[in-house]
Design a binder for this molecule. Structure first.
Ligand code: HEC
Length: 291
């Protein structure tokens, strides 16, 4: 009796687990941005994928420029503070300024933004240039204002967008380059909506934010292997800007990726050495014992 009860519980558990897994995969593939029409998703090789993956710092730096000059007119990045841009593993890290609050570049980035603050003496709202400790400011005062400025649609905060969307970096990259795809006849657009095959249903309320040459890249100074290297500026094509802003937003979604991968590697090495030592001590302890 007890046995058959256990069996039943196991069976029910197993079936519901299978159901859950199946359900989750179905949802994942539905929201995975498979592409409507005949759009073929482009799968790029991202530098940060794989075991020893690191961010391509020059690309992420250019990506910040794309965010600042294009996306930031609508999208916020509220989970980041300016100083995060100069942390270890971040796009603008420089070993001469281990404390990012002292990094002149990070100070200049912060000062380039206007921050709303309260005057400590009068209580009045005032505006001042940002400092490194500030978070990136909201772009709109509230969601209603954001919707009003975007034909009723809400531009999401981009801080963790790469982690939040199925398909991650590939999803974002394709979303930005897919606007040119030919619209199938069965997708009808109302005013304020644009065809984008990467979105579910093929419709998005964001007009294509990128076009060739919309910004001009400057050469980037990148800290790598103990020295500063200058990386020449590429042409600002749609694909280039899309890849760069994706690299930057992949970093903002997972700023500790490099440290985590390094720690993982060190742990594996430690366990390996420990196993070898244990093997030899086992051999030694049992040396004179017949077994
Ligand atoms: C003029 C305003 C505007 C600009 C500039 C803009 N966006 Fe958007 N974005 C929007 C709006 C509005 C939405 C919401 C679209 C919707 O819900 O259909 C959106 C949605 C998105 C989404 C979410 C798509 C999804 O899966 O739901 C991403 C990602 C995104 N934008 C990235 C960017 C990036 C990267 C840039 C800069 C290269 C950018 N946007 C520039 C207005 C803008």
């Amino acid at each position: 009796m007890a046995f058959s009860k256990t069996l039943k519980v196991l069976l029910v558990g197993g079936v519901s687990l299978a159901g859950l897994t199946f359900g989750a995969t179905t949802i994942a593939s539905a929201a995975g941005g498979g592409g409507t029409g005949d759009y073929e998703m482009v799968h790029k090789h991202w530098h940060f994928k794989g075991m020893g993956g690191t961010y391509d710092r020059a690309a992420a730096q250019r990506g910040y420029q794309v965010y600042r000059e294009v996306c930031s007119s609508c999208h916020a990045l509220e989970q980041l503070a300016f100083r995060h841009l100069g942390d270890k593993g971040a796009p603008f890290y420089n070993e001469d300024y281990k404390n990012p609050n002292e990094n002149p570049l990070i100070k200049a980035f912060a000062a380039d933004w206007t921050i709303e603050d309260i005057d400590a003496d009068t209580g009045d709202v005032l505006e001042r240039p940002g400092i490194t400790a500030d978070k990136f400011p909201p772009i709109y005062p509230n969601d209603a204002a954001a919707r009003a400025g975007n034909g009723g649609a809400l531009p999401p905060d981009l801080s963790t967008i790469v982690a939040a969307r199925n398909g991650g970096a590939d999803y974002l990259y394709n979303l930005l380059i897919a606007y040119d795809a030919k619209k199938p006849d069965d997708v009808t657009l109302t005013p304020g909506l644009y065809y984008n095959p990467v979105m579910d249903g093929g419709k998005i309320a964001m007009a294509s934010p990128l076009s060739d040459g919309i910004i001009e890249y400057a050469p980037m100074e990148v800290y790598e292997d103990g020295e500063i290297k200058t990386v020449a500026a590429p042409e600002a094509t749609v694909e280039q800007m899309a890849a760069d802003v994706t690299e930057f937003l992949a970093w903002s979604s997972d700023p500790k990726l490099e440290q985590r991968k390094q720690a993982g590697f060190a742990t594996m090495l430690y366990l390996l050495i420990l196993s070898v030592l244990l093997w030899f001590s086992y051999k030694r302890v049992w040396k004179n014992v017949k077994h």
